[in-house]
Write a protein that binds this ligand. Structure first.
Ligand SMILES: NC(=O)c1ccc[n+]([C@@H]2O[C@H](COP(=O)([O-])OP(=O)(O)OC[C@H]3O[C@@H](n4cnc5c(N)ncnc54)[C@H](OP(=O)(O)O)[C@@H]3O)[C@@H](O)[C@H]2O)c1
Length: 219
C-alpha cells in the first residue's frame, strides 16, 4: 500500500486522482486550500488551508505530517489565466509562475525528508510548456510557468536520482475541468493515464516529459 499525497485535490484532475488512488487501496493525503463535498465524500485524509505559494503554509503541512512516510507526491495544483501579447497582464503572469512553477518545487522540497528510496514525485505540467510543440503562440503566463516547472522537474530528477527518488513530468491531456470550461477528455481517463505513468516510473526513465497516454513529449 502506497501513501500518496496530492495537491489541488478538491476538484478537477486532483479530485479524480484522489478517488482512483483510494479505489486501488492507496493511503491518500488530499491537500487543498478548501475541501469540497466530493472530496469529503471520498473518506480520505484531507489537509485544508494549504496554499502552494505560501512558505509558511507548506511548512505547516510538513510539520503536521510529522514522520509520516510518503511514497508518492503528486504536484497537481495549478491555474491557467489567459494572457495574450496585447493584453498580457504581468501580475497574472507572476501569479501563474508562483503557483505553477514555484509551487511544485516548494512542496516537493518541504516533503523530501518524508520520502525514502523508491519514492516518486509527479509534476502535473502541460504540453503548453513545450517549446518545440508551441505552434500557436500566446498564453504567455501559462506557457512560461509550465516551461519553468518542466525544467525544475528535470533538475529534481537529476538531484534526487542518487537518493533513489524518481520524477515524472506529466501532461494530463486536455481534460474536462473548470480550467478548460469542461471540454476535452473525461477526468477518469486522464487520471488513469497519469497513475499509469507514475507506476511505470523508475531509475531508467526518471526526468521524462510524458503525455498521460504514454507518448514522450518534446521539451
Ligand atoms: N484540464 C486540462 O485540460 C489541463 C491540461 C494541461 C494541464 N493541466 C494541469 O492539470 C492540473 C490540474 O488542473 P485541473 O484541470 O484539474 O484544474 P482545476 O479544476 O481548475 O483545478 C485546479 C486546482 O488547483 C488548485 N489551486 C489553484 N491555486 C492553488 C494554490 N495557490 N494553492 C493550492 N492549490 C491551488 C485549485 O484549488 P482551489 O479550488 O482552491 O482554487 C484546484 O484544486 C493543473 O496543474 C493544470 O495546469 C490541466
Amino acid at each position: 500500500m502506497n501513501t500518496v499525497l496530492l495537491t489541488g485535490a478538491n476538484r478537477g484532475i486532483g479530485l479524480e486522482l484522489a478517488r482512483q488512488c483510494k479505489q486501488r487501496g492507496d493511503r491518500v493525503i488530499a491537500v487543498c486550500r478548501s475541501s469540497s463535498d466530493e472530496l469529503d465524500a471520498l473518506d480520505v485524509r484531507v489537509e485544508t488551508g494549504i496554499d502552494v505559494t505560501d512558505d509558511a503554509s507548506v511548512a505547516a503541512l510538513a510539520k503536521k505530517l510529522g514522520d509520516t512516510s510518503i511514497d508518492i507526491v503528486i504536484n497537481n495544483a495549478g491555474i491557467l489565466k489567459r494572457t495574450s501579447l496585447e493584453e498580457g497582464d504581468f501580475a497574472s503572469m507572476r501569479e501563474q509562475f508562483e503557483i505553477n512553477s514555484l509551487g511544485p518545487l516548494r512542496l516537493t522540497r518541504a516533503l523530501l525528508p518524508l520520502m525514502k528510496k523508491g519514492g516518486k514525485v509527479a509534476i502535473i505540467t502541460s504540453r503548453m510548456g513545450s517549446i518545440e510543440d508551441n505552434t500557436s503562440g500566446g498564453h504567455y503566463g501559462y506557457r512560461m510557468s509550465k516551461a519553468a516547472v518542466n525544467i525544475a522537474g528535470k533538475s529534481l530528477s537529476v538531484d534526487l536520482a542518487p537518493k533513489g527518488i524518481f520524477v515524472a513530468i506529466i501532461h494530463p491531456g486536455m481534460v474536462r475541468t473548470r480550467m478548460t470550461g469542461f471540454s476535452g477528455i473525461e477526468v477518469d481517463e486522464s487520471a488513469r493515464g497519469v497513475l499509469a505513468r507514475i507506476d511505470a516510473l523508475g531509475a531508467s526513465n526518471t526526468g521524462t516529459f510524458w503525455h498521460q497516454n504514454g507518448e514522450v513529449l518534446p521539451w
